[in-house]
Design a protein around this ligand. Structure first.
Ligand code: ATP
Ligand code: MG
Length: 382
């Protein structure tokens, strides 16, 4: 019945060069995610109608909505025939919508609606127009050569196409927050690659598996992603020797950021991002984030900074990461956490503790050169 999918994109506030970049990136992303290059026409794109494309478009950021449509020649008879085709005559109330983008068409929108409606009234007795409580709505879009008839509207992911805003290196753990934070960044057009610190044998295979499953799921939204994994065991054990145990997590986080900073600069990432949430734990107070964040000169993006946990969980469920995140596994930080972690650390004390650990910086450099592996994830949408 349908032959095309009509794709609409929002963010119409974008102007000039930005708009061009938006459209070109969206086109390429649709190609990467569905395997088909869409046809671009004015402020719309069109893709072949099939169930696979319908499902895959739900993974493309930058699309505001899409509809399966039938394309007909722009003349009133062909439009009428198609509306009748899509009309479900088991139903009693309907509404017609008409947009006339091509102003030179011989009939106005109101006249088109009248003509088409009278055809429907002829076909079925007791049929009623109801503008608010309609059982079905049929839309007609009149353009110069072709017109489009459709009755379904499916919400897209909205936001900006992945890639238009540059790329970030995202700190990912097996928790609930960091995957959702990555999703939020993608939504603003950031391409996200991942960095995960693992500490075998304290963390088991399961932890690594969880992170990889999460990255695979998120990679589907940008047709691929890289995961840098760093074996952090020696560093964690070494930091564990600090003379002030309450600073352990803080020192480990500072070390994460120094390593992320080196890697991000080497690989051309403009920002480091994470799933931090203000006040959630000792390492996420304003003081802690300050002392930790000082270890990189790059921007730090924290999309979940002000989220409520309930909202984060809801999103994680929608994205599909929640079920993976709650699988039981040994997380590095949980095993390492001191009884009373410092809530208001100071720069001075953190610096002094690091001076006592004189192997720290060399070990961090070594971790990047000898203890890092890179995995590439491809789009795996069915
Ligand atoms: P999450 O659900 O993301 O694990 P959380 O509330 O458990 O968040 P923390 O464990 O304190 O928070 O971690 C804060 C942030 O630090 C995480 O969101 C993540 O970005 C980063 N992070 C934590 N552990 C690791 C790790 N092992 N490797 C890489 N990044 C990590
Ligand atoms: Mg965590």
């Amino acid at each position: 019945m349908y032959d095309l999918i009509l794709i609409r994109y929002g963010e119409l506030v974008l102007k000039g060069g930005n708009r061009k970049l938006f459209i070109n990136t969206l086109k390429q992303n649709i190609l990467k995610i569905t395997g088909e290059m869409p046809e671009v026409s004015f402020d719309r794109m069109y893709l072949t109608y099939n169930e696979d494309n319908m499902r895959r478009l739900k993974f493309v950021f930058g699309i505001s909505s899409f509809s399966p449509v039938k394309r007909v020649n722009t003349n009133i008879n062909d439009i009428k025939t198609e509306v009748l085709n899509q009309f479900n005559d088991d139903l009693k109330t309907f509404r017609l919508n008409c947009h006339r983008n091509w102003k030179k068409f011989e009939l106005t929108s109101q006249e088109i609606i009248k003509e088409v409606a009278s055809e429907l009234f002829d076909k079925k007795e007791n049929l009623k127009v109801d503008l608010t409580k309609f059982e079905q709505q049929i839309n007609i879009e009149v353009r110069e050569k072709y017109s489009y008839v459709f009755s379904k509207n499916i919400k897209g992911l909205d936001g900006l196409p992945v890639g238009v805003s540059g790329k970030a290196l995202h700190l990912i753990s097996g928790g609930i927050d960091s995957p959702v934070a990555a999703f939020e960044l993608m939504k603003r057009g950031v391409r996200v690659d991942f960095l995960s610190f693992i500490t075998p044998p304290h963390t088991d295979e399961k932890t690594v598996e969880k992170v990889e499953k999460i990255v695979q799921l998120l990679a589907n939204y940008q047709a691929g992603a890289k995961l840098f994994q760093i074996n952090y065991t020696d560093l964690m054990n070494y930091i564990g020797l600090t003379s002030n145990q309450s600073y352990k997590i803080n020192l480990m986080r500072r070390s994460f950021y120094r390593i992320a900073d080196l890697l991000a600069k080497k690989e051309g990432y403009l920002a480091i991002s994470n799933g931090e949430n203000l006040g959630q734990v000792a390492s996420q107070t304003m003081e802690s984030m300050d002392v930790i964040g000082s270890q990189t000169s790059l921007q730090i993006y924290r999309p979940l900074l002000t989220f409520n946990k309930i909202d984060t969980i809801k999103l994680a469920e929608i994205i599909g990461t929640y079920q993976i995140s709650i699988e039981k596994a040994n997380e590095a930080c949980e095993l390492f956490a001191p009884k009373n972690p410092v809530i208001k650390p100071t720069f001075e004390h953190a610096n002094n503790l690091e001076l006592e650990l004189n192997e720290l910086i060399p070990l961090e450099k070594e971790a990047i050169s000898n203890k890092m592996s890179v995995k590439r994830f491809k789009n795996k949408l069915q």
